[in-house]
Each structure stands twice: as structure tokens, then as C-alpha cells.
Design a protein around this ligand. Structure first.
Ligand SMILES: Cc1cc2nc3c(=O)[nH]c(=O)nc-3n(C[C@H](O)[C@H](O)[C@H](O)COP(=O)(O)OP(=O)(O)OC[C@H]3O[C@@H](n4cnc5c(N)ncnc54)[C@H](O)[C@@H]3O)c2cc1C
Length: 559
């Protein structure tokens, strides 16, 4: 069998070529490399680690690269841990190579899946995609690539106008409910750190990342374990992606809100058209990717028979430190630390003695805390950063999980619980998006902070009793986590750490149940709920993969 070699460049999409003779790609795991070791040495190092004669290696690329910053006793030796993919002749044998495979040091490289499907059954059909976040964009892209006629609608504005609406919100403190940090071109991640790592190991991950590279993202996002793009670069990539999709025939309708479904009354129900703020659009299938903040749309769909279930979600605060404190705590003060730039962290505190687990999430090194709300009178924080992580501040969510046991029965009980807390924090901050804040040591001690220090939070902070504003469960979980994290990063729980709240939308409190095999909504024949709003994703990459996957189901099967 001939092996297809894939590579991507900035001009084209994916270039593919057949290797002249039969070949196979093997992944060599956990190669340690010094921070200053040139990448050109990887080929030889990987070949040696795999017991392969370097002269027999026909291609080499980094598959994954992460930083190892663990302490060994008092010493900290920073290094990269690399997985490398080596292309070698199929059927290559050798005693040392066979031993490395048996020991699990070398494994067959997973194959990436393609967006294009041969003999697509849905070609020529007409689909409406609702939402231009990662789930909607990648669904529309895959549909377009396979000959489906796509209308993509989004209630928010295209990038430039959305940018002006966001600036206006910061100037006037009045959000535009349709065009804001959550709604509009690119969805909720358009103003973000653009972190692209995911806990899902999916064959669509590499093609999704490669598409971003083809649109101008740095090539290392494909293998960097902490890959991020940054808001500034995302804003250059999105129009390029839109251009590619328009070239495939995808029609974008901005400022166009889904207001209902036109159903055929059958069993299962078939959507004949979507009802929008700009008129009805007939379709053969609907891809629903409205994100976790379109509470009005989900209620409306529920009233039309779309099943909605409550699910657990995360809630807590943003914590902010000087970036220098985090980098020192993670990488130490040696000269090597400077090579790595601002450090991030990923902290976990397991459940113990009746106190629930908590963890850090969505960490933004060199970032800014933002108010990611779409509804006036509600306060909800999140984090964003630019591509160089250049701010002096490091922020992350510190959250614990709430489920129906905490917020009560009913599909929308979690949404109501979220909303009530967001209102409480808004009012505690003075009712103008100023956020209540408390230093980490005062939070643990249960006292008001005398004066809050500077924060990157865009609307400013005021001293508040976050320990009292949060539900008890979150208070005890976060207090315990702060003590634990202080042992890992010195000063984490000190007055240098500032808690700003509320962080309530790290994930959504509802799920739209769908068939495992077809991804079609329960009770429907042609409705695909996708992404974070459907409870099927929890970040940019997982939403993108979910959108692409749902589109592939439709493309292959038709409905
Ligand atoms: C400030 C911020 C920073 C973040 N940082 C990161 C990060 O660094 N890394 C990461 O992995 N994740 C991050 N996230 C989370 C990530 O953005 C989301 O998980 C992801 O965007 C979800 O994708 P989605 O396509 O499911 O929905 P969304 O991105 O939420 O997109 C939904 C879209 O649907 C549109 N819409 C809603 N209702 C309707 C309607 N009725 N009619 C028409 N259109 C509608 C909205 O306008 C929106 O554009 C961040 C989120 C925020 C808010």
C-alpha cells in the first residue's frame, strides 16, 4: 500500500502526495530535548530512540511538544518532551526497533481524517448553520467542501462591526445584546487567548488545526501542547477563513437571529425552514451551534419540541496574579526560563473530606480579564490575551462543578441559578460592570480586602466579599484549592492573588440530547445540535471538531 503524505502551506490548503515506495509513519514518544537544542537534531535523536538507522528515515516532523518544568529535589531542569513522527519503509524490521515497539516507546502514528468525503450523499442539498462560532464555522466548511449549499446565520455582526460594538460597550457600559464578546463572527472565542489544546484525541483535530495554519496561524499550533493564537492573530485569520468558505459557496448572513423552526408536524419532526429575524430560509437540514449564552434561543427551541436536559457545569472566580510570580513559580529564576516566555498553569485539587474537587481552567498568561456578557445587568468574567502574551498579568478561572443536586430540578434550573448569581455579582460591584474583588489571602481568611490592587479587568474592581457572594460549595472548594496551589506556586494564595467574579460560563448548564450514531436531535429527522450550546464541547477546538464531525455525519448519510 502506498502512503499518502500530507503537508500544508500558507498558500494552499492540504498538499498530498504519494510516497514513491511503500512507507509507514511511526510515532516515537517522549524524546527529551534541551531548550536550546536545534530542531534539526530531532531526526537523528528520534531515529536513535526508536532503534532505526537514521539513513532509513524518509521524513520527520514534530507530532507533540510540551515543556517539562517538574522539580527533581531542589533542582529544576527545564526541557522539552517531544513526540516525533518518522516515515520509514513499510515492513522495516530490526531488533532494536522491534524492541522499542514492544516496549511502547514507538507506536503507529494515528491517521488524520479528511474533511472531504467520496460520494457524499448530501451533495446538492441545502443546509442552514446557526452560529458562526468554531462549531458552526467548521460544520459550514465541511458541508461546503462536500457540495452542500450552506446559509450560515449569526445574530451578531461581522468582525469589524462587532469590534466597534465591543469598544462601545467598554465606553458606555451598556452591552449590545446581539453583538458583543459572545455573539458575532467567530463566536465566543473571537476575544480570547485562542488556546487550541483539547483533552479529546480525535482524528479531526489535526485537519482543524491545519486549516487555521492555511489561514495564517503559526505552524507550531499543530504540535505545541500549549498552542494558542491570541486575539490579534485570530482577527486576521477569521476573514481569511471566511473568504475560503465564501469561495466554496457558503453564504454568511450577519445580524440574522434564529427565531424559530418551521416544522412538518411529522414523527420524527422534519425542519422545513428556519424562521429568522430577516425572514424564513428553507433547508434540508439545520446545524444548531448557538453557544452556551443563547439562553433565549434555547428556551424558544424547547418550546418547539427540542429536548433540553440539565447538566453539571463549572462555576467560580477568575484569579489574577502578576505574570512574573507565575513564571517564577513554574519555571524558576534560571536563565533557561527566559527562553520559554510567560508560564501558564493547570492546577487540580481533588475532592476530599466532603469538599468537592476544583481546578484551574482557561488560563491566560500575559492576559486581560474581560466581562463576557450579552445581557445588561449580569456580570460574568473570562480571560483573553494577545499572541505575545504581553500584559503584566496572568489570569485563570478557579472553578468547581455544580449539578442538579445543587441547583434543583428542571431543564433550566442551572441557567436560572447561573443568572441569579451573575445578577448578585453585578449588583455587588455597583451595577456598572465594576467587579467585586478580594485578595486570595482575605478570601481564605474571610475578610474584606482594604483596597484592591490594580487588575487588568477592563471595567475596574471594587472590594467585595466574594467569599460570601459565592455559594458555600464554591467557597470551600476554592479556599482549599488556594492553599494547595500555594504549595506548587509560591505566593498563589497571597495578597498578590486577586479574585474577581463571577466566572459562571466556563461551560453550559444544559445539553440537547442527540443520537450517538447520527448526531441528530432526539425526536427530529434533520436537526443537528452541536458545540458548547448543545453540551457537546467545552472549548474552541472541541467545538470545532464537534461541528466538523456532525457535518460529516450528514454528508455521509444524508437524512
Ligand atoms: C472571553 C472568552 C475566552 C475564551 N477563551 C478560550 C480559549 O482560549 N480556548 C478555548 O478553547 N476556549 C475558550 N473560550 C471558550 C470558547 O470560546 C467556546 O467554548 C467556543 O467558542 C464554543 O464554540 P461554539 O461554536 O459551540 O459556540 P460559540 O462560540 O459561543 O458561538 C455561538 C454563535 O452563535 C450565535 N448565535 C447564538 N444564538 C443565535 C441565534 N438565535 N441565531 C443566530 N445566531 C446565534 C452567536 O452570535 C455566536 O456567534 C473562551 C470563551 C470566552 C467567552
Amino acid at each position: 500500500m502506498h502512503q499518502v503524505q500530507r503537508c500544508i502551506n500558507r498558500e494552499g490548503v492540504v498538499r498530498e502526495g504519494l510516497l514513491s515506495t511503500e512507507a509507514r509513519t511511526w510515532r516515537v514518544l517522549n524524546i527529551e530535548m534541551r531548550l536550546d537544542e536545534p530542531e534539526s537534531q530531532l531526526r537523528d535523536r528520534a531515529a536513535r530512540a526508536a532503534g532505526i538507522d537514521p539513513g532509513r528515515v524518509r521524513g520527520c516532523r514534530i507530532a507533540r511538544r510540551s515543556v517539562d518544568a517538574r522539580r527533581h529535589g531542589k533542582e529544576r531542569r527545564l526541557r522539552f518532551i517531544v513526540h516525533a513522527d518518522l516515515v520509514i519503509d513499510d515492513g522495516y524490521r530490526g531488533e532494536r526497533f522491534d524492541a522499542a515497539v514492544r516496549a511502547g516507546k514507538v507506536v503507529e502514528a494515528p491517521r488524520a481524517e479528511r474533511f472531504e468525503v467520496a460520494g457524499a450523499l448530501a451533495a446538492g442539498k441545502r443546509a442552514v448553520v446557526v452560529g458562526s462560532g468554531p462549531a458552526g464555522l467548521y460544520a459550514a466548511l465541511v458541508l461546503g467542501l462536500n457540495g452542500v449549499a450552506v446559509d450560515l446565520i449569526d445574530r451578531g455582526a461581522e468582525l469589524k462591526t462587532r469590534g466597534k460594538d465591543v469598544v462601545r460597550f467598554h465606553r458606555t457600559r451598556v452591552p449590545n445584546p446581539e453583538s458583543n464578546l459572545l455573539f458575532g463572527e467567530g463566536g465566543a472565542g473571537t476575544y480570547s487567548d485562542g488556546k487550541l489544546y483539547t483533552r479529546v484525541d480525535d482524528p479531526l483535530e489535526v485537519p482543524c488545526l491545519e486549516m487555521l495554519v492555511a489561514c495564517g496561524a503559526p505552524p507550531d499550533i499543530v504540535y505545541d501542547s500549549r498552542a494558542h493564537i491570541g486575539t490579534d492573530k485570530l482577527h486576521k485569520i477569521l476573514p481569511v477563513l471566511r473568504g475560503r468558505m465564501e469561495a466554496l459557496g457558503v453564504r454568511f448572513h450577519w445580524n440574522t437571529r434564529l427565531d424559530g423552526l418551521v416544522l412538518d408536524g411529522g414523527s420524527p419532526q422534519r425542519v422545513r425552514a428556519v424562521r429568522t429575524s430577516s425572514g424564513d430560509i428553507p433547508c434540508d437540514a439545520v446545524f444548531l451551534a448557538v453557544g452556551h449564552s443563547a439562553r433565549d434561543s434555547i428556551r424558544l427551541l424547547h418550546a418547539q419540541g427540542v429536548r433540553v436536559e440539565a447538566k453539571p457545569f463549572q462555576l467560580g472566580v477568575r484569579i489574577e496574579h502578576p505574570q512574573e510570580l507565575i513564571t517564577r513559580g513554574r519555571y524558576g529564576t534560571g536563565p533557561e526560563a527566559a527562553r520559554l516566555g510567560p508560564a501558564s498553569y493547570n492546577l487540580i485539587c481533588k475532592a476530599e473530606g466532603g469538599v468537592p474537587a476544583s481546578f484551574s481552567f482557561c488560563m491566560c498568561p500575559g492576559g486581560t480579564i474581560v466581562s463576557s456578557t450579552n445581557i445588561a445587568g449580569l456580570l460574568c468574567t473570562n480571560g483573553m490575551s494577545n499572541s505575545t502574551h504581553s500584559s503584566r498579568w496572568a489570569n485563570a478561572a478557579l472553578v468547581t462543578t455544580f449539578g442538579p443536586a445543587e441547583y434543583g430540578p428542571g431543564p433550566f434550573a442551572g441557567v436560572e441559578f447561573q443568572e441569579a448569581l451573575e445578577r448578585t455579582f453585578f449588583e455587588a460591584g455597583g451595577g456598572d460592570y465594576t467587579a467585586p474583588a478580594q485578595t486570595a489571602d482575605d478570601f481564605v481568611a474571610g475578610r474584606l480586602s482594604a483596597a484592591t490592587r490594580h487588575s487588568s479587568y477592563t471595567f475596574g474592581t471594587t472590594p467585595g466579599r466574594i467569599d460570601q457572594l459565592l455559594p458555600r460549595l464554591a467557597r470551600v472548594a476554592i479556599a482549599r484549592a488556594l492553599l494547595k496551589y500555594d504549595q506548587q506556586i509560591s505566593g498563589f494564595k497571597s495578597a498578590e492573588g486577586l479574585l474577581v467574579g463571577l466566572e459562571s460560563r466556563s461551560s453550559g448548564p444544559i445539553r440537547l440530547p442527540r443520537d450517538r450514531e447520527t448526531a441528530i436531535a432526539d425526536g427530529f429527522a434533520n436537526l443537528f445540535p452541536m458545540g458548547e450550546g448543545a453540551g457537546s464541547a467545552g472549548g474552541i477546538m472541541s467545538a470545532a471538531i464537534d461541528g466538523a464531525r456532525c457535518a460529516l455525519h450528514y454528508v455521509r448519510d444524508g437524512t
